[in-house]
Design a protein around this ligand. Structure first.
Ligand code: ADP
Length: 483
């Protein structure tokens, strides 16, 4: 028995040392990639991209070692928790490594960008903060220090603030014309990469808390697996249960990884088209003398940049929804309805659509996040207008039911074929890509609606007939669950 113990201890130590080395490696890379970025040093960036393979290899070895340890040593309780956490930490560290590689990739594209002192200074500050966060996360893991892990959240807030200032500065420069649109988008992404490193550090902190207190998802997954297992078999088989819990946790992580990868691929694809168009338009514009053509090209350029802005805006909204619970307070339905109508009025006018409200009972209040609700209703109205023909009507109705309020938007537009109904809430799913694009859709509107309604404990119901129109209803409980 004592021999097995020693072997387990040795393996755990090995895993831990490898993880700490990798974490330090990422922290160093953050510094290096930032210097390369500020100096526009493409060679150094290439070198960093190449060294990414070593990192991948190291991470694969850690993962294999973890799985091997689970299989061979059958660790229990705290030790199992440690190995599971090590697997998560490993992927968090590896993903942060990917982010630095992405920064390195951006360097070539940014060459010649006339970034000003404020942008550069904010990049340095974000990099220092990201390094600090990462080192703090590794230290809290090495020492199993819950307080250090706790302090990561505060450091991350600082990074978030820096990121917001950075984005504002980049946008200002883009508006002033000191930055090319394409370069400003690259810079915006670079800032986002630094910010995401903070997210990974935060996850590591959360894992450390899990090692110490054991309250995170695996514990719950293990508990659920145990309950399920007990339900089918009265005989308690702890070893098998443990196996199920481990596999469930790995499978869940894989699933999340795949969703993430698909999502990133989709985002890149969605942004690539308008950006390519913008670069082409800008080039043509530069060589065009005729004032009328110049105006036309400038208009097109403006439209494409609006598209990029809309996608980024929706992506930020989705990530805000992912990250925060929202600002719940009593909200007046009259107010959110009139705000939503106000913000879509000009879009309706431009498309010759009559916008009407029907039977909105006054004086109803629900517990909700005002901003999120206005956003969701606006998205539904926008869609109803976008997918209707001119000279038709879009109406918004409110039904005051016992426990819920139904807010529905009806149009007599193109409708949605039945097989697509289940998929329209997926990110970037569109029935007709061209129509969505032409009319300024991002493919994210309905996923925002579903997210918002979900946060409010409600559901979205849709009825639609091709050629006749659609009704989207948000059914929201008046009181928040638990109030
Ligand atoms: P988009 O920005 O493309 O409108 P959404 O997520 O808001 O993205 O909607 C997804 C897809 O669902 C749309 O591309 C469109 O095909 C379909 N859709 C949404 N609302 C309506 C509607 N009121 N009428 C017809 N089709 C709609």
């Amino acid at each position: 028995m004592s021999e097995i113990r020693t072997s387990l201890d040795e393996r755990l130590e090995e895993i831990e040392t490898a993880l700490l080395d990798m974490a330090e490696e990422v922290a160093v890379r953050i510094g290096e990639v930032t210097s390369a970025l500020l100096e526009g040093d493409v060679n150094a960036a290439d070198e960093l991209i190449r060294s990414d393979d070593d990192m991948d290899l190291a991470s694969m070895q850690v993962a294999e070692n973890c799985i091997d340890t689970i299989v061979r040593e059958a660790p229990v309780a705290g030790d199992l928790r440690l190995v599971l956490s090590a697997m998560h930490l490993n992927s968090e560290i590896e993903r942060s490594g990917d982010l630095t590689t992405n920064i390195a990739k951006a360097i070539g594209r940014l060459q010649g960008a006339r970034t000003d002192e404020r942008v550069r200074d904010l990049i340095v500050q974000m990099s220092v903060q990201a390094q600090l966060l990462f080192r703090r996360a590794a230290e809290s893991f090495a020492n199993r220090d819950a307080e250090l892990a706790e302090s990561i959240d505060e450091l991350d807030d600082v990074l978030d603030d820096l990121h917001v200032r950075y984005i504002q500065t980049v946008i200002q420069d883009a508006r002033r014309g000191t930055l090319e649109p394409q370069q400003s988008l690259q810079l915006a992404l670079v800032g986002r990469f630094y910010e995401r490193i903070g997210d990974h550090a935060e996850n590591i902190g959360e894992r450390v808390r899990y090692i110490i207190t054991g309250w995170l998802p695996e514990a719950q997954a293990a508990e659920r697996a145990r309950e399920r297992h007990v339900a089918v078999s009265p005989v308690d088989e702890p070893l098998r249960n443990r196996g199920i819990a481990v596999i469930e946790s790995i499978a869940e992580n894989r699933r999340i990884d795949v969703i993430r990868r698909d999502f990133v691929a989709n985002v890149s694809h969605e942004l690539k088209t308008p950006i390519a168009a913008m670069s082409l338009l800008a080039e043509t514009l530069a060589g065009e003398d005729d004032p009328e053509d110049r105006n036309r090209l400038a208009d097109m350029l403006h439209r494409e940049s609006k598209r990029v802005e809309a996608i980024i805006d929706d992506l930020l909204e989705l990530s805000r929804l992912d990250e925060s619970d929202g600002d719940f307070a009593p909200v007046s339905i009259d107010e959110i309805v009139s705000r939503s109508i106000d913000s879509t009025r000009s879009f309706a006018d431009a498309n010759r659509i009559e916008l009407a409200t029907v039977g909105v009972p006054s004086g109803i209040t629900i517990t909700g996040d005002r901003r999120q609700l206005v956003r969701a209703i606006t998205n539904l109205l926008d869609n109803a207008i976008r997918y209707s023909d001119p000279d038709t009507r879009v109406s918004l109705a409110v039904d005051d039911l016992d426990d819920t309020v139904d807010i529905s938007v009806r149009d007599s537009g193109i409708g949605i074929p039945r097989p697509d109904l289940e998929r329209i809430f997926e990110r970037f799913y569109r029935v007709d890509r061209a129509r969505s694009r032409e009319t300024g859709g991002t493919g994210l509107g309905l996923s925002i609606v579903r997210h918002v309604v979900g946060k409010h404990g409600g559901k979205v119901v849709v009825e639609s007939k091709p050629g006749q129109g659609s009704i989207f209803s948000m059914r929201i409980p008046k009181q928040r669950v638990g109030d």
